[in-house]
Ligand binder design. Structure first.
Ligand code: CA2
Length: 145
């Protein structure tokens, strides 16, 4: 089984800025943690981060045939990107949406996700561990089908 983890804009700054909001774990450390979890689950992991919306849309388009499912932190595009929503609708690959912070306890504009209703599930507010929970939930979903 192959799972892609897709990270949106500014997540490359993780651990370097705004530690009170997003913690001190860097994206490289988070990737290592998720790769270790994937190894325990016997899952092959693809990992990407991009600050370019079109690159994420193309990555989602490329999921069909390349991955069985995806864990996605779309970051700011969660709240804005009809293009990303359309890409997930087009490929129909199961995904779990993950957020480090609890988007429902922040500014009103963050409470709306344009992807959540398409997702298998959503994990928010549990910090970096949320990625592992999202991966475990996705894999359980895929294995149960
Ligand atoms: O809580 C999350 O994971 C978010 O997806 C993070 C996004 C934000 O736009 C979403 O509303 C919620 C922001 C990612 C930016 O990450 C940074 C990390 C460190 C320093 C600055 C930004």
């Amino acid at each position: 089984m192959r799972v892609a983890v897709l990270n949106g804009p500014n997540l490359n700054l993780l651990g370097e800025r705004e530690p009170s909001l997003y913690g001190t774990t860097t994206l490289a450390e988070l990737e290592a943690e998720v790769r270790a979890a994937a190894g325990r689950l016997g899952v092959e992991l693809l990992w990407m981060q991009t600050n370019h919306e079109g690159a994420l849309v193309e990555a989602v388009q490329g999921l069909r045939g390349a991955a069985d499912g995806a864990v996605v932190n779309p970051a700011a595009w969660t709240h804005t990107s009809v293009a990303l929503r359309d890409a997930f609708l087009a490929v129909g690959v199961p995904f779990v949406e993950v957020h480090l912070s609890n988007i429902h306890a922040r500014e009103p504009f963050r409470r709306r996700s344009l992807l959540a209703d398409l997702a298998v599930g959503v994990v928010a507010g549990l910090g970096p561990a949320g990625y592992r929970f999202a991966l475990e939930g996705l894999v359980a979903h895929l294995r149960g089908r």
